[in-house]
Ligand binder design. Structure first.
Ligand code: F0G
Length: 459
């Protein structure tokens, strides 16, 4: 089965390396000429009167917020003018009212970082509690439109949870490949509940990707990893929605976590396209933060000027971004350069502290999302982010995705094995003031009052 490109639409596929423009994508979504990734581009935009009128486009999108139509109630499909056209959309669209995620102020984190104008766009407030839903609604609908019975992905947990949900809603079967023992229970439980065939492979995420790539060449399953350009298009809408929330006045910086690097590519692509369409007048700097133990992109940029990427064996407690060979690194590099953003890496302890700090603002996120705040601190120290500038962190997953991490942190178990007398131990000690272990008491009023009074004295 081929994944046909609609001839009527203004969207076309193009290889990011050799520039070939195939009419349809092969099953692994790689260029058949050179093997690199494909992307959508929109040569027809210049001919469309609506797209040359930013004011009308903005008010069209705003008006849809009061519509009762399912597509208008989705924070993805509401912006469909900037997405490739899917034929017979009403019949094929699979939506769970994704998007529509809040933009929160982070007052305590603002004080801690010295950046007064600090916000978080919480993509963890999506239907399956991660940013993946915005890309999944679009790509799963494309799979449905192409008549696939099976969809599949390799995942560190969030893509699989999201894919399983959208497949279930669209009456498709889903196959999940996850690294055994390396994803959180919360995410695993989601794909089981949504009815996926869930295979835990004795390898890492990168090993799962390899097997999946071989599988899609042999079996009629539709690949839903972020090499699928429909995923990237859907994920663009987070940036469009963000600009609308900022009244189309871009922040100075947007900071995202980097794993397989699809999300940073998508947000960057949206920013560039919005500027082309004069929806915004300037580009925020898009910076990408990786965990130090899973930092191939950071090293690519810092050590090799982005000329090559050396795959590595990744190791971080932020399991969502435990990825050593990111598929979309060239796309991410392009948006990093186009927006003038920066790369940073952060340690495990920095991630854990940042996660607790975001929690203390009453928001909460999963560890991979917290790299954004940890990265912001470093970007402040290096002077890349100035105190007066406006910064938006993209929080990619909900706190309840990985409660194990949170509980271990608060009980002091997360870094309990850190060798005594090392710099790591000194670092880990810095987290103590944020730890709130549960207090086990006898069931009497006096004990609770004593605990309350002690807490008041220490507050
Ligand atoms: N944050 C979370 C919570 C994630 O789940 C992921 C990726 C990322 C950040 C990184 O985004 O890969 O686009 O750079 N999770 C994928 C998954 C790989 O399978 O769920 P990226």
């Amino acid at each position: 089965m081929s994944i046909a490109q609609n001839k009527e639409t203004a969207a076309k596929l193009r290889c990011i390396a050799c520039g070939a423009t195939p009419d349809s994508a092969s099953h692994d979504f790689r260029c058949t000429a050179c093997g690199d990734l494909l992307e959508f581009f929109f040569p027809g935009w210049t001919l469309d009167p609506l797209l040359s009128d930013p004011t009308s486009l903005k008010s069209l999108w705003l008006n849809r917020r009061t519509s009762s139509h399912a597509l208008d109630q989705s924070g993805v499909w509401r912006f469909r003018e900037l997405l490739p056209h899917i034929p017979s959309l009403e019949e094929h669209a699979i939506t769970l009212h994704e998007g529509n995620t809040p933009l929160y102020r982070l007052p305590r984190c603002a004080r801690a970082t010295g950046v007064e104008n600090l916000h978080a766009k919480h993509q963890g407030m999506n239907p399956t509690a991660s940013f993946k839903d915005t890309g999944m609604t679009f790509a799963a609908s494309a799979a449905h439109q192409s008549g696939f019975r099976w969809v599949a992905c390799a995942s560190t947990g969030n893509t699989s949870a999201s894919m399983a949900a959208y497949a279930a809603r669209g009456n498709m079967h889903s196959l999940v490949l996850i690294p055994d023992g390396k994803i959180s229970w919360g995410k695993l439980s989601q794909s089981l509940d949504y009815g996926a065939l869930t295979c835990q492979l004795r390898t890492d995420f990168d090993g799962c990707v390899q097997i999946l790539n071989d599988l899609v060449r042999q079996k009629p399953v539709y690949l839903l990893n972020s090499v699928n350009p429909y995923r990237i298009e859907g994920q663009k809408t987070a940036a469009i929605e963000l600009m609308e929330q900022l009244a189309w006045e871009p922040s100075d910086h947007i900071i995202v976590p980097g794993g397989n690097l699809g999300n940073s590519s998508a947000i960057g692509k949206a920013l560039i396209e919005m500027r082309e369409l004069k929806l915004i007048s300037r580009l925020p700097k898009l910076s990408i933060i990786q965990a130090q133990g899973a930092n191939p992109f950071y090293r690519s940029v810092r050590e090799f000027g982005g000329k090559k990427l050396e795959p590595m064996t990744a190791d971080t407690l932020a399991t969502a971004i435990q990825i050593g060979n990111p598929a979309s690194w060239k796309k991410a590099l392009r948006v990093l350069q186009a927006t003038g953003g920066e790369v940073e890496q952060v340690t495990e302890i920095e991630i854990a502290i940042a996660k607790a700090e975001i929690g203390a603002d009453g928001i909460g996120c999963e560890p991979a999302s917290a790299v954004t705040l940890a990265g912001l601190k470093k970007l402040r120290r290096s002077g890349f982010v100035k105190p007066g500038e406006a910064v938006v962190l993209i929080l990619t997953g909900h706190a309840l995705k990985d409660p194990d991490f949170t509980i271990k942190f608060h009980r002091g178990d997360l870094f309990a094995d850190t060798p005594a007398g090392t710099p790591d131990e000194t670092e880990a000690a810095k987290a103590k003031y944020l730890q709130r272990a549960p207090v086990v008491l006898d069931a009497n009023l006096g004990a609770v009052i004593a605990a309350l009074d002690a807490a008041e004295r220490n507050s």
